[in-house]
Design a protein around this ligand. Structure first.
Ligand SMILES: [Zn+2]
Length: 127
């Protein structure tokens, strides 16, 4: 319950703060753009089952893959167009929000961690 509340607070409210600091004059428009980046979750339609509370979406869904995340990082850094840059920031923050949710789930479910892509990525850094 608390986990879900924090997750959606980050997805909807925290991005309001990002919008405010990104463009104080047009923060409402920036906020709407950031909310629109939630559409990245459209990639969940390819998953079976569609929703699984024990599954970590990071690295699992195509638009949440390591390649996609790398693209969001690069886009947020190098893109000069203010609107497109904001979209990349929104996508990156979305991944951060999902990651927090994954870590929270892992703290209660070790199997969830072991079955996740994050576990595979962490194994790359061992040895
Ligand atoms: Zn997501």
């Amino acid at each position: 319950m608390l986990q879900t509340a924090v997750h959606y607070c980050l997805h909807f409210l925290a991005i309001g703060l990002i919008a405010y600091f990104y463009d104080k004059q047009h923060w409402k428009k920036a906020w709407l753009i950031l909310i629109a980046t939630m559409a990245v979750d459209i990639d969940h339609i390819f998953a079976t089952p569609l929703f699984d509370p024990t599954r970590c979406g990071i690295g699992y869904h195509p638009l949440h893959s390591e390649i996609a995340i790398l693209g969001y990082i690069i886009g947020a850094i190098v893109i000069r167009n203010k609107l497109i840059k904001l979209i990349f920031i929104g996508l990156l923050f979305h991944m951060f929000t999902d990651l927090i949710d994954c870590l929270w789930t892992f703290s209660k479910c070790e199997t969830c961690y072991i079955q996740s892509k994050i576990y595979e990525w962490m194994a790359l850094f061992k040895n």
